[in-house]
Design a protein around this ligand. Structure first.
Ligand code: NAP
Ligand code: MG
Length: 481
C-alpha cells in the first residue's frame, strides 16, 4: 500500500540532520486500521530535546534569523507547493498512521498547504506602528519574533495543527521545535524532509518524536524555549502553563471543548441535521471543536431527534475509502469512549454500526446518539473525544444560554435559527471563542481566529491573530535634534 521510502525512519530532525535518539531507543507505531505495528519512531529523551533547542537557537541567531520577511514567506510558499505535489502520498501515510478516512486525510493535506500559503503570504504584511508622541521624537513599535518556539501537537489533526502553529511561528521569524504525538507523527516527520527540500535553513524546523511525559515535558520545561504552543488535554495543558510560568514565558493552550449546537424551533432542520451529525462524526469525534452537544427546543425535539437518529443509524465505522467514520486513534481511546457509552445514564436514541470489513483488532466504535441527557451529567459535561452526541431539550432562549455556557469549556458554539435578532443576541451571549450561525465548522477556518476560554485554554491561533501571538512588540523612542 505504501512505498517504503515514504515511511520515515526512526529519526529526529535536529539542525538539518536526521538523528536517532541519543539513547538509541525506538518505539513502534501501531496502525488504528488493524492494530498492527508498521513503523518505528525515535523514543527521544531530554538530551535530544536539548540538542533540538540548541539547533533552533543557532538558526535563529544565524541563517534563519538573517532572512528578510519576504524571503521567509517565499520559502513557506515553496513548501506549500511541495505539500500540494505530495498531498496524496502524505494523505495515504496519514490514514495508515492515524486511521482517519482517506477523505479526511486529503482535506488535512489541503488545509496544511493552505496554512503555509496563508502564513507565507502574510510573513511580510504585519507592520509595526509609528505612535504620535512628543515633538522631536519618533516613537515606533517593532514586531519581533519570540526566538525559539516549542510546539506540542496532538494526534487528532497532526498536520493541520502543525500548519497553524509552526506556520504562524515561522512567518514571524521564530525557529521551531516540534514534539508531535507518539500516536501519530509520521506525516510531520515527512514534512521536515519536504521543508529541507524547499530550502529552509537547517534548524528553522526541528522535530523530536517520543513520549509526551518525557520528550514533551522536556520541551515544555526547557529554559531555552521562549514560547510554547500546546494543543491537547486540559490536564497536560495545565502542566504546560505551570512550566511556562516557571520560565516566565508566554504560551497558547488549545484544550478542546464540549461545544453546543443550539437549534431553535424556527430553524431550517433540513439544513441543520446533516451538519450536526457531521460535526460529531468527523474524525471520529476526535476534534477539539466537535459539536458534541445538541440543544433542541422542545417543540422540535421529536422531529429533529428522529432526523438525527436516521442519520446515526446509517453511519458505519470502517476502513473503506468512502467511510464517513474510521477507527479511533488507539485501543486506549476506544476503551475510554466505550466506557462513556456503557456508563451513560441517558436513553440511547440511535446507534450506528461497525462495518463488516472492519478488522476486529482495529479501534472502531459505532456512533451513538443519547437523549434526553441531563445537562449536569458526565455525558453532557466531559469531552469524550469520540462519536457520541448528547441531545438536551430546552424551552426558552435564556435556558439555552445557561445550558450552552454551563460547562467548564468554551470553544465553539453553533446557533440554528432564522430570527435575526436572536442570532445577534445568541452570538454575544455565548462564552466561547467562535460562533457559527446556521453553519458549523468543526476544525475549519484557516483565516478565522480560533481558541477558547477556561478549560478550553487561552490564546488565539489561525488567521492573523496567531501572528500576534507568535511575536511581541518592542517600543523604540528616538529623540532627534
Ligand atoms: P495529551 O496527553 O494532552 O497529548 C497532547 C500532546 O501533549 C501530545 O503530543 C502528547 O505527547 C503531549 N504530552 C503528553 N503528556 C505531556 C507532558 N507531561 N508534558 C508535555 N507534553 C505532553 O492528550 P491525549 O492523551 O493524546 O488525549 C487525551 C484527551 O485529551 C482526549 O481524549 C481529548 O479529550 C483531549 N485531546 C484534545 C485535543 C484537542 O485538539 N484539543 C487533542 C488531543 C486530545 P504523547 O501523545 O506522545 O504522549
Ligand atoms: Mg499511529
Amino acid at each position: 500500500m505504501l512505498h517504503d521510502p515514504i515511511l520515515p525512519l526512526p529519526r529526529n530532525l535536529i539542525g538539518g540532520a536526521w538523528r536517532p535518539a541519543a539513547s538509541g531507543r525506538e518505539m513502534p507505531m501501531i496502525s488504528p486500521l488493524d492494530g498492527r505495528p508498521f513503523a518505528a519512531i525515535a523514543d527521544s529523551g531530554p538530551e535530544d530535546v536539548d540538542a533540538a533547542i540548541r539547533a533552533a537557537r543557532t538558526a535563529f541567531e544565524g541563517d534563519w534569523g538573517r532572512l528578510t520577511a519576504a524571503e521567509r514567506g517565499r520559502l513557506m510558499l515553496r513548501l506549500a507547493l511541495r505539500i500540494e505535489a505530495e498531498a496524496e502520498t502524505l494523505a495515504q501515510l496519514e490514514t495508515r498512521d492515524n486511521g482517519k478516512p482517506i477523505a479526511q486525510s486529503r482535506a488535512d493535506m489541503a488545509a496544511l498547504a493552505r496554512y503555509f500559503e496563508y502564513y507565507g503570504g502574510a510573513a511580510d504584511k504585519l507592520h509595526g506602528e509609528v505612535i504620535p508622541f512628543l515633538n522631536g521624537h519618533d516613537a515606533i513599535s517593532l514586531r519581533e519574533p519570540h526566538g525559539v518556539t516549542g510546539h506540542i501537537i496532538p494526534w487528532n489533526y497532526p498536520v493541520q495543527i502543525f500548519g497553524r502553529s509552526v506556520g504562524a511561528a515561522l512567518a514571524m521569524g521564530n525557529a521551531t521545535v516540534t514534539k508531535p504525538a507518539e500516536d501519530a507523527c509520521l506525516t510531520i516527520l515527512r514534512l521536515g524532509a519536504l521543508a529541507a527540500e524547499s530550502g529552509f535553513p537547517p534548524g528553522a524546523i526541528n522535530i523530536v518524536t517520543g513520549r509526551g511525559a518525557v520528550a514533551g515535558r522536556a520541551l515544555s520545561e526547557h529554559p531555552g524555549v521562549d514560547f510554547i504552543s500546546f494543543t491537547g488535554s486540559p490536564q497536560v495543558g495545565q502542566a504546560i502553563g505551570i512550566a511556562a510560568a516557571r520560565n516566565h514565558i508566554p504560551c497558547t493552550l488549545e484544550l478542546g471543548g464540549k461545544s453546543p449546537q443550539i437549534v431553535f424551533d424556527d430553524a431550517d432542520l433540513e439544513a441543520a441535521a446533516p451538519v450536526i451529525v457531521g460535526a460529531i462524526v468527523q474524525n471520529g469525534g476526535q476534534t477539539c471543536s466537535a459539536g458534541s452537544r445538541v440543544l433542541i427546543q422542545r417543540g422540535i425535539w421529536d422531529r429533529l431527534t428522529a432526523m438525527l437518529a436516521e442519520r446515526f443509524r446509517a453511519v458505519e465505522a470502517g476502513p473503506a475509502e468512502g467511510a464517513l467514520l474510521g477507527p479511533l486513534i488507539s485501543a486506549r481511546q476506544k476503551a475510554r469512549v466505550e466506557g462513556y457509552i456503557a456508563g451513560a445514564a441517558a436513553p440511547l436514541i440511535a446507534r450506528g454500526a461497525i462495518a463488516g470489513d472492519a478488522p476486529a483488532a482495529g479501534f472502531y466504535v459505532a456512533p451513538a446518539l443519547f437523549g434526553p441527557v441531563d445537562p449536569a451529567s458526565p455525558l453532557a459535561q466531559e469531552e469524550i473525544f469520540g462519536p457520541v452526541l448528547a441531545a438536551i431539550p430546552f424551552d426558552t432562549e435564556a435556558e439555552a444560554v445557561a445550558i450552552a455556557n454551563g460547562t467548564e469549556y468554551g470553544l465553539v458554539a453553533g446557533i440554528w435559527t432564522r430570527d435575526g435578532d436572536r442570532q445577534a443576541r445568541m452570538a454575544r451571549a455565548m462564552r466561547c471563542g467562535q460562533v457559527f450561525i446556521n453553519a458549523y465548522g468543526a476544525g475549519g477556518g484557516i483565516e478565522l481566529p480560533f481558541g477558547g476560554l477556561r478549560r478550553s485554554g487561552h490564546g488565539r491561533e489561525k488567521g492573523f491573530a496567531a501572528l500576534y501571538e507568535f511575536s511581541r512588540l518592542k517600543t523604540v523612542v528616538h529623540r532627534f535634534a
